[in-house]
Design a protein around this ligand. Structure first.
Ligand code: AMP
Length: 463
């Protein structure tokens, strides 16, 4: 769970990177970093906190360049905080290389051990460092690939890295004169390509292009590596996976509704989730109330399909970030109360269907139900626009351990009791799958328990 952004071909690329990564703030709020090159040197700015407050104008003065990558971090592997802020920068056989990664490597423990045995030392506590540590350890040209003369010298080093790593990775490499974008063969995480005049851009979601007035060009394909330099753009399909495994949770919660990812509009798919939820409904009510912001789009779909009017029964305070991000339960509890306020004018004596995108630990829903009741709601029916979360994610979404997932321990009726709702219903797995074009191209392990790539036991135990 992170956001990445890259740009090649514009003066003051660092400023574009700043705005681009700002538009991806929802993907990570722990730290932000920008690496920029002027074709001679790579300079790096990294700060803890939110983009707008963390990076000051002065920080970007004197780091002016023509190509840049940026990252917002939400820790999924390794310690959180400043220490592991990306991009990482390292001297390699290819000179200085910076890397920004969204995803999770499923074999990083064994790779790290292998490298430690070879005498390699590590600066960070994160799987992302492997992308740099493995450079120079071997060369590889994938079968069927003919390298462009420009790429013959250095690219085999990167293809070797990609042969060694497995798991989820949308990743941007910055060399002093090149920007390289890669998406893993399963396509777990999104990665889009855009253009702005002569500049080429990459971003985790298309919403990062809008802010810059850039145009969405196309998706980086699963198993594709794209090089951008002064000579142009070159694409290589380095691996054909037997299966795609795009993360369905990006549609459920993680991506912004106005983004285009995985060949679809998030808004369209998310709204469909609400529509299908309404088709499965058997309770009548006076109002549909979304939990802002993530419940809003499915609630629109639900309301339109069911004919029950949508009302803003919960009002969001916009100065608070995502509540899930707080490290302890107590802090998360306070955050929920800070974030949402009930609106009695639409709740009093009403039978309410309240809609949220997902229910993970159940603590958010519990607070919301009690809030709605205190504001006068007569009945509270909680509806979740995705199935019960029954498995942790090993591919880049920060879900809790299996023990913390409420649906692994309790039945729907028990959870309804725990959160204090008159009834609780989730979208069915089949219902969710019917919302995307072909569910077989998606990873829904968190809902189905079916994991598309094997995970090393040590990595599994981290969750
Ligand atoms: P809870 O059931 O209290 O653990 O939290 C569920 C709420 O957190 C949902 O309403 C989502 O909007 C949000 N959420 C779900 N998964 C995540 C995640 N991996 N990271 C951040 N927020 C999440």
């Amino acid at each position: 769970m992170c956001g990445i952004f890259g740009i090649f071909g514009v003066e003051n690329a660092e400023n574009y990177a700043f705005y681009g990564i700002y538009a991806l703030q929802h993907r990570g709020q722990e730290s932000v970093g920008i690496a920029v090159s002027d074709f001679e040197n790579i300079k790096l700015v990294k700060k803890p906190g939110l983009v707008l407050s963390a990076i000051r104008k002065e920080d970007l003065e004197g780091v002016s360049g023509f190509l840049a990558i940026a990252h917002v971090r939400y820790a999924t592997a390794g310690r959180s905080g400043d220490f592991n802020a990306q991009p990482f920068l390292k001297k390699t056989v290819l000179g200085e290389v910076a890397v920004a990664h969204n995803g999770n490597l499923t074999n990083f423990r064994s790779l790290k051990e292998e490298l430690l045995r070879m005498g390699e030392s590590f600066e960070y506590d994160s799987d992302t460092e492997l992308f740099l540590s493995l450079i120079g350890k071997g060369k590889e040209v994938p079968k069927g690939i003919t390298l462009h003369p420009e790429d013959r010298e250095y690219l085999p080093y990167l293809f070797y890295v990609l042969k060694k790593v497995s798991g989820a990775y949308s990743v941007l490499f910055l060399l002093k004169d090149k920007l390289i974008a890669v998406r893993d063969p399963y396509g777990f995480r999104p990665l889009l390509m855009g253009r702005l005049k002569n500049a080429v851009l990459f971003a985790s979601e298309s919403c990062a292009f809008d802010i810059l007035g850039a145009e969405l060009w196309r998706e980086v394909k699963p198993g594709e590596l794209i090089v951008v330099d002064k000579k142009g753009i070159r694409s290589y399909l380095f691996s054909q996976s037997p299966k795609k495994a795009m993360c369905i949770f990006e549609f459920v919660y993680f991506s912004k509704p106005e983004s285009f990812i995985f060949n679809d509009w998030v808004y369209t798919i998310r709204k469909k989730m609400g529509e299908v939820l309404a088709l499965e409904e058997d309770v009548s009510a006076d109002v549909v109330v979304p939990v802002p912001d993530s419940g809003v789009v499915p609630a629109i779909g639900f309301s339109q399909k069911s004919g029950i009017p949508l009302e803003l029964g919960l009002i969001r305070n916009h100065y608070v970030g995502r509540s899930f991000i707080e490290p302890t339960q107590e802090l998360r509890d306070v955050r929920v109360l800070m974030k949402l306020n009930p609106n009695p004018s639409v709740l009093k004596n009403k039978r309410v269907i309240v809609i949220d995108d997902s229910l993970v630990r159940g603590t958010t829903s519990k607070k919301i139900v009690s809030m709605l009741r205190k504001a006068g709601a007569k009945e509270v029916h909680m509806r979740i626009a995705s199935p019960p979360v029954i498995g942790p994610c090993y591919y880049g979404i920060d879900t809790p351990t299996k023990e913390e997932l409420i649906a692994t321990k309790f039945s729907v009726e028990e959870i309804a009791k725990f959160i204090g709702a008159d009834s609780l219903r989730y979208l069915s797995l089949e219902g969710l799958r019917s919302c995307v074009e072909d569910y077989r191209n998606f990873c829904d392990a968190c809902f189905s328990g079916v994991y598309p790539i094997e995970v090393e036991p040590e990595v599994e135990r981290l969750r």
